[in-house]
Design a protein around this ligand. Sequence first.
Ligand SMILES: [Zn+2]
Length: 56
Amino acid sequence: MDRVLQIKEEIKQLETQLDQLKLELTAIQKNCEHTFKSNHYVQECTKCHMIESLNW
Ligand SMILES: [Zn+2]
């Protein structure tokens, strides 16, 4: 079925794109001078939206 091959190819491309986006996001967050805003259990950077859980 052509449609199946089409879908598989599309998934492969999207996975590649997802990997690139994750790398880009990680790079941005790594270079960010975080400004955290605390919530009850997590704190989120207002600039890069990185989320850290607060462990007490
Ligand atoms: Zn940040």
